[in-house]
Design a protein. Structure first.
Length: 47
C-alpha cells in the first residue's frame, strides 16, 4: 500500500495510527492504492 500510494511506510504508519489526524490527500492516496473510493453521502434521506 505504501509503495502504491507513494507514501513511505513510516509516514503511512504515522498517518494511520490511532489518534493521528491524516490529511485528506493521504487518505485519498491510500484509498486509490487499495482500489476503493471515498464517498460522502447525506446522513438523512431527503423528505
Amino acid at each position: 500500500v505504501a509503495k502504491d500510494s507513494g507514501i513511505t511506510r513510516e509516514a503511512l504508519y504515522k498517518a494511520l495510527r490511532p489518534g493521528s489526524e491524516p490529511r485528506f490527500d493521504t487518505v485519498s492516496r491510500v484509498c486509490a492504492a487499495l482500489g476503493v473510493r471515498l464517498v460522502a453521502q447525506p446522513v438523512h434521506a431527503p423528505a
